[in-house]
Design a protein around this ligand. Structure first.
Ligand code: SAH
Length: 345
């Protein structure tokens, strides 16, 4: 029998499992606090439980850990990038960044990715599997332990497409924000998607406070089809409708991510098309000079991104050029995992 992953259970499921072991209900609350408030990494640390129960938990459940396979510290800013090895030997990346209000963590949601965006390193070696809710939480816990910091903001912008691992991501958000546990307001959490339309709508109906970021990267269907296969399934008109729906239900302004690729998506016509596309929405556009990936030819300077920002501003679209953190340590999506896989081969 496979042991159940205890960190992925919500309090209700944990209570059911603990009472099934013949234990009183309140024990579940104790265990839940050890897992989600004290964030222990072993059953033996649950000091107010009888030894017999701790042993029983060890038989019935698993409490996994992540191992640091590589740790890269930027010498330009406080960014730290972790390559974590999961219990089955797969790798994911997690990036710790400092920002004005504290520490923010960029976490992965899948091993690899199916989405096939042309400019992204995460997709080159394909998709392996979904991360469990526990593996998403553990990226936070292990990083806090290693770096000795408290993380106050999370972005789901690492490897993987969060809305392609919908159930586990929703459970992760539930556990992260549970008032009886980790208590992080979802106002401090951003989920980034390449645009899986039905799941954006489902998300709007299911969570409150969460910021939605949509990776746009091109303002026309023809241009977007060429670099993001997801657009052939969910074209821009449907995507924009879903974003308007997200705003109308949640009251949260959608953020658009736009990786500037020189000569590909930064012309005057692109700026005008982007302004037309977003007309009527209260939006913010985050521009980022595309990170060059060895296998791909896209490139952009910071200056090019700033020039595109000015074009957008002239069309009345509010945009900023995002800080590129940790550029000396390959902090862009999926590059480190891809390198590790190549070396293994
Ligand atoms: N799958 C999700 C989240 C992971 S990618 C999504 O698509 O939004 C996080 C962000 O990094 C996305 O906006 C993605 O488009 C962007 N990105 C990926 N590769 C990049 C690169 N080489 N340069 C700049 N941004 C990149």
């Amino acid at each position: 029998m496979q042991k159940r992953d205890i960190l992925s259970l919500n309090l209700e499921e944990l209570t059911e499992a603990v009472t099934a072991l013949g234990q009183p209900k309140y024990r579940a609350g104790q265990i839940y606090r050890w897992l989600h408030v004290k964030k222990v990494s072993d059953f033996s640390e649950m000091l107010d439980l009888p030894a017999v129960l701790r042993a029983q938990l060890d038989v019935e459940f698993c409490l996994k850990r992540l191992f640091i396979a590589r740790r890269l510290e930027s010498c330009m800013d406080n960014t730290v990038k972790y390559l974590y090895r999961l219990s089955d030997g797969q790798h994911v990346e997690t990036v710790l960044m400092s920002y004005q209000h504290g520490w923010r963590l960029c976490i992965s949601t899948q091993v690899g990715c199916k989405m096939g965006c042309q400019f992204c390193a995460s997709t080159i070696a394909g998709y392996v599997r979904n991360l469990t809710p526990a593996e998403m939480l553990l990226q936070i816990d292990e990083t806090e332990r290693d770096a000795g910091v408290t993380i106050s903001g999370i972005v789901l912008m690492g490897i993987g497409e969060p809305l392609d691992n919908y159930e586990n991501v929703i459970r992760f958000l539930e556990l992260l924000s549970d008032p009886k546990g980790r208590q992080m307001s979802l106002r401090h959490v951003t989920l980034s998607t390449c645009g899986i339309v039905p799941k954006i709508r489902e998300l709007a109906d299911s969570v409150t406070g969460l910021t939605l970021a949509v990776s746009l990267h091109n303002p026309t269907d023809a241009g977007r089809n060429a670099i993001m296969p997801v657009n052939r399934r969910y074209p821009l008109s449907e995507l924009m409708e879903a974003c308007r729906y997200y705003f109308s239900v949640t009251g949260r302004r959608v953020t658009y991510e736009y990786a500037v690729m020189q000569g590909e998506n930064d012309s005057e016509a692109d700026a005008k098309a982007l302004a037309d596309l977003l007309k009527g929405q209260q939006v913010h556009v985050n521009l980022i000079p595309v990170n060059s990936v060895k296998e791909r030819s896209y490139h952009a300077t910071r200056k090019a991104a700033q020039a595109f920002m000015q074009r957008l501003e002239r069309h009345g679209v509010h945009a900023t050029v995002r800080r590129t953190l940790g550029s000396d340590i390959e902090a862009a999506c999926g590059q480190l995992r891809h390198e590790a896989d190549r070396k293994r081969e």
